[in-house]
Design a protein around this ligand. Structure first.
Ligand code: IPM
Ligand code: MG
Length: 365
């Protein structure tokens, strides 16, 4: 089959890791007889430098015309002035909102080979395989009112954790659908002891739960969930939660997998079980790591695994997705490591070398 893919390399190490993602997809194309046409565009700091905007109408139009988007990373010290009118992150938030990418899937999986590379005890992280489903286009990030104003008693500011029934319903369904294909347990994370939006969330979760009698639904308060992630992470499977809670919990959870450089993500405009192509944007969860940029040291695995998620969740090429994941596991099992996951005393390999090894394993699948 033929697919059009937008590639937005962004800033810092973004272009280097995106190139390795493209390399893996090209290997998939050769191996499985698909053809991928890549269209490149600017986003983030790179777009601000070129046009003054973090996301241009042209890039957005290009993304809309493609089946999926691969994004590297955005941001860097050059654009960090707190008084700046436009920030690289604005480009990312605009992409999410404009492309309707409401469902953010962040799998946190411990590769057995890396069990000694985390800060936590190996027996705690052993077997960790969590899927966090984060709502991505609502809640505190986008709710109105959102403003700052002057009063006679000083300055005030407000952000609103606003959710509509429709927004809650569709993200919970993503959680239930994913749980079907995993251990059939879903944990809905909220703060229903304090927040009204969480109480509506919990009520809708219970209503939808009735449509999924095979899935065991549990509710967990977000503070308790933060604790459980460190205490007994291997006991968790699918978590579904609102935007800000998901942002915080996924940074915490990323520490369970050894390195941010290992973790992919998918942001979908539809429910994964739906037939046909689901539009999505795929990106590593790490940032632009400016201090590592341009040195061929970054770990491209998170980006390559993001391409694997694209094959699985958007393009519905299950075999090809398996090949990519298998290739990464094979390369790790042969002891190849980038700097972030290398064991003391061993030498790391570079970004390109890691990408080449993975592409070779895809071809040999
Ligand atoms: C993430 C990031 C973004 C977010 C930032 C860069 C706007 O932290 O993808 O988790 O808060 O969503
Ligand atoms: Mg974050």
């Amino acid at each position: 089959m033929k697919f059009d893919l937008a590639v937005l390399p962004g800033d810092g190490i973004g272009p280097e890791v995106a190139a390795e993602g493209v390399k893996a997809l090209e290997a998939v194309g050769r191996k499985f007889g698909h053809s991928f046409e890549f269209y490149s565009g600017l986003v983030g700091g790179a777009a601000i430098d070129a046009s003054g905007e973090a996301l241009t109408a042209e890039t957005l139009r290009m993304c809309r015309g493609c089946h999926s988007v691969l994004l590297g990373a955005v941001g860097g010290p050059k654009w960090d002035d707190p008084l700046a009118k436009v920030r690289p992150e604005d480009g990312l938030l605009a992409l999410r909102k404009e492309l309707g990418l409401f469902a953010n899937l962040r799998p946190v999986k411990m590769f057995p080979e890396l069990v000694n590379s985390t800060n936590l005890k190996p027996e705690i992280v052993q077997g960790v395989d969590i899927m966090v489903v984060r709502e991505l286009t609502g809640g505190l990030y986008f709710g109105r009112p959102k403003k700052r104003w002057q009063t006679s008693r000083g300055r005030r500011a407000v952000d609103s954790m606003l959710y509509t029934e429709k927004e809650i319903d569709r993200i919970l369904r993503v959680g239930f659908e994913l749980a079907k294909h995993r251990t059939k347990r879903l944990i809905s994370v909220d703060k229903a002891n304090v927040l009204e939006s969480s109480r509506l969330w919990r009520q809708i979760a219970i209503e939808i739960g009735a449509e999924y009698p095979d899935i065991e639904l549990e509710h967990m308060l977000v503070d308790a969930c933060a604790m459980r992630l460190i205490q007994r992470p291997a006991s968790l499977d699918v978590l579904v939660t609102e935007n800000t809670f998901g942002d915080i919990l996924t940074d915490e959870a990323s520490m369970l997998a050894g390195s941010m450089g290992m973790l992919p993500s998918a942001s979908l405009a539809g429910i994964p079980g739906d037939k046909g192509i689901t539009f999505g944007m795929y990106e590593p969860i790490h940032g632009s790591a400016p201090s590592r940029a341009g040195r061929n040291v970054a770990n491209p695995i998170a980006t390559v695994l993001s391409c694997g998620m694209m094959l699985r969740f958007s393009l519905k090429l299950e075999n090809a997705a398996d090949a990519v994941e298998h290739a990464v596991a094979e390369v790790l099992s042969r002891g190849h490591r980038t700097y972030d996951i290398v064991e003391p005393g061993k030498s790391p390999i570079g970004t390109k070398e890691m990408g080449d090894l993975i592409a070779d394993k895809v071809l040999a699948f």
